[in-house]
Unconditional design. Structure first.
Length: 157
């Protein structure tokens, strides 16, 4: 199913962050993702690497998820994240979004490698990574103490 990635601007992110403080947070962009993006952009980060994208279904313009890079590349590696709203899972949307992110990374010499840190319990994300050619490279513990699997692919693949 075709999707389009709509990268959010700093003012859009700030507005969503303010709304999240007043109402229940939207599942598509959790407050911690919004805050990280705002902080990185305010510090001069490039929108490509720092601003998340909404995943918009081209058929009807419906927002079905979110994805993006989690910050600028470090040592030639950029990390991605993606989430599809529960009602729209199982339709190939995450795979389409990750393909689009890989294409964006290909356009930059800054990120020859792309990685995804995935919970071993997240079967759907593991399936996406494996289907697109990511290779398991080891384990890490994130800032919240969760043990995650590291999957990596050359952006030029």
């Amino acid at each position: 199913m075709p999707i389009q990635l709509l990268r959010l601007s700093l003012p859009q992110l700030q507005a969503q962050l303010a709304d999240a403080a007043l109402t229940a947070p939207a599942a598509t962009l959790p407050p911690h993702v919004l805050q990280r993006a705002v902080d990185l952009l305010q510090a001069g980060g490039q929108p490509l690497w720092c601003a998340p994208c909404l995943m918009v279904r081209t058929l009807d313009g419906l927002v079905v998820g979110a994805c993006g890079f989690k910050g600028p590349p470090r040592a030639g590696v950029v990390e991605i994240g993606y989430a599809v709203e529960p009602a729209h899972q199982g339709q190939g949307l995450a795979k389409a979004a990750v393909r689009a992110l890989l294409a964006e990374a290909r356009g930059s010499a800054e990120a020859p490698d792309v990685c995804a840190a995935i919970s071993p319990d997240n079967a759907a994300s593991l399936k996406v990574a494996q289907a697109l050619g990511f290779r398991f490279t080891g384990w890490l513990v994130d800032a919240e103490g969760e043990r995650l699997m590291c999957w990596r692919i050359a952006s030029q693949s």
